[in-house]
Design a binder for this molecule. Structure first.
Ligand code: SF4
Length: 392
């Protein structure tokens, strides 16, 4: 049973979410599964996963976000080369140490070569768990892309139905789209509040509130987000002398929460970011009344989703989109914070740099690993960067 949230203060709510996010394992999701026989868990690797499909199949889609900085990699190193991002290794390590044993299915997506290899390595090492690999269209401008993706989604739902023994109707998918629309809408509100009044909502608070949705049903997440939004809107305070910074590049592997806090403490209001981008993938609601809800979800992916380094869309320039986003949020500067060895992010950076320089937007580029413990060097670099902007 979930603890009621309606009496909790904002600080208590944030602390609850922070504890859930920072505690290794998936206790709340496993408790949800145990409550009713026949329930199942789907572990969804980043970046974007069509969680509605798993929810409609009676599963709880749980976001996989790596092992954090408390997991030692003792087994997964033997399956991957050394120059691979941390989240790929720590996800496999979670499997090899039993952390993912309660999951009935693991879902990977065509975002990059390491994620593709992880899906294959995982399937080979854990033949008793269902592993699904979703192929997103590689040419989103092609007229066939949306129809293809809709049928790919339908294939995945059939696969999940075989697992759960539950037939999935169009109405089931529509209902799941509707609840996730509500969650995404409140998250959009919270992001807008932070951009307008960053002194009233720190990113170190917003981040755990959003990431809590990785671990609990969307109905529960919505309850928490609505309660949080009401209390944030009642907050008062005055802005401090800080720069407004947009943080880009951390869309898949996630930096430690203490690193996010260190960046804020170095003198930044983060007014927009790429964290957990899959949870905020669509720029507006997906059509929850569509005749073919699979097509509606696919259409939203193809035509109304955020630019991301792992989404192949030659119709728009991601670098230009970054500059536009920085201007829309009145950012003084951009912090490009990429996971070490994340090829999609690092390939994008030279294009970002060129566009930001052309737009006269100051930026700083940094790398992180999920298992980082010490943030002094990054904090000092950002402090120096901030001072150069404040006192220039
Ligand atoms: S962090 Fe980058 S390289 Fe690693 S799985 Fe994610 S997108 Fe791929």
């Amino acid at each position: 049973m979930h603890t009621p949230v309606l009496q909790e203060s904002l600080e208590e709510l944030v602390e609850r979410c922070t504890q859930a996010v920072e505690t290794p394992g998936f206790a709340e999701a496993e408790a949800w599964k145990r409550e009713v026989p026949g329930r199942a868990l789907a572990g969804c690797f980043p970046v974007y996963s069509p969680v509605e499909l798993f929810h409609a199949a009676g599963m709880l889609p749980v976001g996989l976000a790596g092992g954090g900085n408390r997991m030692e990699i003792a087994h997964a190193d033997s399956r991957f080369q050394s120059f691979v991002c941390s989240i790929v290794k720590s996800t496999l390590e979670q499997g090899m140490t039993g952390v993912l044993s309660s999951f009935d299915a693991l879902i990977f997506h065509s975002i990059c070569d390491p994620a593709r290899n992880l899906a294959s390595v995982y399937a080979r090492n854990f033949p008793d768990q269902k592993v699904e690999y979703i192929h997103f269209p590689q040419n989103l401008g092609a007229p066939e892309a949306t129809g293809y993706l809709a049928r790919e989604y339908e294939r995945v739902v059939v696969s999940m139905s075989e697992l759960t023994g539950r037939a999935v109707s169009f109405d089931d998918v529509r209902a799941s789209i509707s609840i996730y629309n509500q969650v995404r809408s409140v998250i959009r509100d919270l992001y807008a509040i932070r951009s307008d009044t960053p002194h009233l909502l720190k990113t170190r608070e917003l981040y755990p509130l959003v990431r809590y949705g990785h671990l609990v049903p969307p109905e529960r997440h919505l309850e928490v987000l609505l309660r949080a939004r009401a209390m944030i809107l009642a907050r008062e305070g005055r802005p401090k002398d800080r720069i407004r910074a947009l943080l880009a590049g951390s869309f898949c592997e996630q930096p430690p929460l203490d690193l996010i806090a260190a960046i804020e403490d170095a003198g930044c209001y983060l007014v927009d970011d790429d964290f957990l981008q899959g949870r905020r993938w669509f720029t507006r609601d997906v059509d929850a009344e569509a005749d073919d809800p699979y097509y509606a979800l696919a259409d939203a992916y193809a035509n109304r989703s955020v630019p991301c380094a792992v989404k192949h869309d030659i119709r728009t320039s991601k670098a230009d989109a970054l500059v536009e986003r920085a201007r829309a949020h009145r950012a003084d500067a951009v912090i490009v914070l990429c996971a070490k060895f994340c090829e999609p992010a690092l390939f994008e950076y030279p294009l970002y740099r060129k566009a930001l320089q052309a737009a006269a937007l100051p930026h700083i580029a940094l790398e992180f690993e999920e298992k980082m413990w010490v943030f002094d060097r990054i904090k000092t670099e950002i402090e120096t960067f901030v001072e150069s902007l404040l006192f220039s």
